[in-house]
Each structure stands twice: as structure tokens, then as C-alpha cells.
Design a protein around this ligand. Structure first.
Ligand SMILES: NC(=O)c1ccc[n+]([C@@H]2O[C@H](COP(=O)([O-])OP(=O)(O)OC[C@H]3O[C@@H](n4cnc5c(N)ncnc54)[C@H](OP(=O)(O)O)[C@@H]3O)[C@@H](O)[C@H]2O)c1
Length: 320
């Protein structure tokens, strides 16, 4: 698969969100299935794997997902780029740096590794971003992490952090129906050599065209029950966007999910989407979007048509 750079870190141009093996999209598969699905993605050229310390069933524990990712990639660790994330709560014991190190050490143990490629702060708590940036800089100097990033942040926070320790990547929500980051964040990242790793790039499945107003989501730990964009009315309202994707999918002999990924790859050179799926075949389908090339004129007509569609609802805050 083609490669892209997140500052100095080279990754496959499409990564893999591993969250659903532990949390967020209903029943989780057997661990052996999840491990094999990750290994299969690696064999298909994916080298960029996204996890977080909090990804556990029902968000009730710590580390379930990191353990799976660690087991799956153990044998190919030097060729894999592992991104994980931490939460820093205000009122914790010790300095920002002490707590950050404690979280990183625990993550490394679960991931069976002595370094993390990309370490994100999952959400800004009440901690000044400069303190986090400074501590991350020390971890980079010591070789414990190769780069660092922030998730779901605005451009002011990115700029304050960047001035202390240059960022490798920003992980914000971004898809054809969540385009706020286009105004200032992605351009800022391009200008400063920061990669942009969109989460929920298929809008939690909406852009695959497989979700209809009649779709019933799972009852256990499924964020789709809470995502406003997936209410029946909003699914129906967003149908013109799904129809547009279907039209391009037919034209390009691809799938709607693939078109939605190839659209963002064409649009920005620093974007590396991390679609999530707990299904082995759909993981490969998403990775193969790397081979679906839109020409400039196809991209421009798609973009123009998309700009004329009204977007109904946002994803909201369900899921991490
Ligand atoms: N930083 C953050 O705060 C944050 C928040 C959310 C997620 N993330 C990260 O981003 C990754 C991706 O986000 P996400 O999983 O929320 O959203 P997503 O990738 O937009 O969508 C995942 C949903 O779409 C379905 N899907 C995926 N590919 C499909 C395809 N080709 N055809 C049909 N359905 C398809 C999946 O179902 P199946 O499993 O059944 O295929 C799943 O229900 C996560 O794994 C996680 O690593 C980060």
C-alpha cells in the first residue's frame, strides 16, 4: 500500500482503527478472531494501528484493546506503527510528567513493546497543553515514544502545543458528513507537517450505504444508539449523500465506503484515515480504498455535488 508521513513517521496511507474489537459497536469478537483480523490487515499492507488505553468492553476497564493489538503485532513489531492514547484527569497524583510516564509504561506493558510510535492525549482535561507538550518532548528525547498527538482539539490548542514540542498527528473526527476540520485545522496541520488521522471516517458506518432508517443497532455497548447522525430522521435526511457515494461506487467499481475514503485521500496529502471494523472482510475492503484513485475531475464533481447536500446531524460525543 502507498505510504504517507505523519511528520517523521511513515505509515500506510490507510490505517486501522482497532476500537471495535473491545468497545463501541456492540458484541465483540473472540480474541483469536480479532488478533487474526489485525494480522490479516498487516499482511494486506496496513502498518498503522490505532488503539487507546480506555478501549475495553463497556469502557469499564483499562487495556483490553491494547492487549489484543500487542499480541497481534508482537512478531512484526518493528514494521508496525502503533498509536495509543491516554486520559489525564485533573487532580491526579504527581506532576503531569510523572502521571504521563505511568500511563505510558502501563500501555507499553500491555502492548508488549518498549516504545510507542505515536502517543496521543485522548481529550484535553483541565491540564495546560504546554505541560503535556513538554513532557511528551522528554519522552521523545528518551526514545520511549517516536511522536505525539492530540485528539478532538481546536486549532488554538494545536498551535500552543506545536510551539513547545512539534506534533506528529492530530486525530479529530472527520468524514464527508463531519467537515469542521477543513476550515482551519487541516490547513494548519499541512502547513506545519502534522499528519491528520480522521476518526470515524465512514461516519460510524453511515457512508457505507448499509445503514437504513430501519437498521437496529445492538443493545450492548453500541455508540450508534447515541450518535445523533444515526437517528432515523437523520439517516433519511443524509440519503442524498449516500446515493452520491453509490453513484461513484458504481462508476469506479468500488464500494461507497471506499469512495468516502478515497475522497479524503485525494483531497489532502497529510490525511491518513483509520476506519474501524470488527469484520475481517470489511477491514480489507476499507484498506483497498487505497487502490481506488479518483481523477481530479471525478474528485471535483464529487466535491461540488457534496457541497450542495445538506448534512443532517452530527456524530456527537458518543465513543472515544
Ligand atoms: N480519538 C477519538 O476520540 C476516537 C473516537 C472514535 C473512534 N476513534 C478511533 O477511530 C477508529 C474508527 O472510528 P469508528 O470505528 O468510530 O468509525 P468508522 O470507521 O467511521 O465506522 C465504524 C462502523 O462502520 C462499519 N463499517 C466500517 N467499514 C465498513 C464497510 N466497508 N462497510 C460497511 N460497514 C462498515 C463498522 O461495522 P462493522 O464492524 O460491522 O464492519 C462500524 O459499525 C476507531 O476504531 C478508533 O480507533 C477515535
Amino acid at each position: 500500500m502507498k505510504k504517507r508521513m505523519l511528520r517523521d513517521i511513515e505509515v500506510s496511507e490507510i490505517g486501522m482503527g482497532c476500537m471495535a474489537f473491545s468497545h463501541g459497536y456492540g458484541q465483540i469478537p473472540d480474541e483469536s478472531y480479532s488478533i487474526e483480523a489485525i494480522r490479516n490487515a498487516f499482511r494486506h499492507g496496513c502498518t498503522f494501528f490505532d488503539t487507546a488505553e480506555v478501549y475495553s468492553p463497556g469502557l469499564s476497564g483499562i487495556g483490553h484493546n491494547e492487549r489484543i493489538v500487542g499480541k497481534a503485532l508482537k512478531e512484526v513489531r518493528p514494521q508496525a506503527v502503533i498509536a495509543t492514547k491516554l486520559f489525564l484527569n485533573v487532580g491526579f497524583g504527581g506532576s503531569v510528567e510523572t502521571v504521563l510516564r505511568r500511563h505510558l509504561e502501563a500501555s507499553m506493558q500491555r502492548l508488549q513493546t518498549d516504545y510507542v510510535d505515536l502517543y496521543y492525549l485522548h481529550r484535553m482535561g483541565g491540564v495546560p497543553v504546554e505541560k503535556v507538550a513538554e513532557a511528551m518532548g522528554h519522552l521523545i528525547d528518551e526514545g520511549l515514544i517516536r511522536g505525539w498527538g492530540l485528539s478532538q482539539v481546536d486549532v488554538e490548542v494545536i498551535d500552543r502545543a506545536q510551539r513547545v514540542t512539534p506534533l506528529s498527528a492530530i486525530q479529530n473526527i472527520y468524514s464527508m458528513v463531519e467537515r469542521d476540520s477543513e476550515a482551519r485545522i487541516i490547513p494548519y496541520c499541512m502547513e506545519h507537517r502534522i499528519g491528520f488521522a480522521p476518526f470515524s471516517p465512514i461516519a460510524s458506518g453511515l457512508l457505507s450505504g448499509k445503514i437504513t432508517p430501519q437498521t437496529k443497532f445492538e443493545s450492548y455497548d453500541d455508540v450508534r444508539n447515541w450518535v445523533p447522525q444515526l437517528s432515523r430522521a437523520n439517516i433519511a435526511g443524509n440519503q442524498p449523500i449516500v446515493d452520491l457515494l453509490k453513484q461513484y461506487a458504481e462508476m469506479k467499481n468500488a464500494t461507497p465506503a471506499q469512495i468516502s475514503l478515497s475522497w479524503m485521500l485525494h483531497k489532502y496529502p497529510n490525511v491518513v484515515p483509520i476506519p474501524g471494523s470488527k469484520n475481517r472482510e470489511r477491514i480489507i475492503e476499507n484498506l483497498e480504498a487505497s487502490h481506488v484513485e479518483l481523477t481530479d475531475s471525478e474528485f471535483h464533481s464529487l466535491e461540488t455535488a457534496l457541497n450542495q447536500c445538506k448534512v443532517y446531524g452530527h456524530r456527537g460525543l458518543g465513543g472515544f
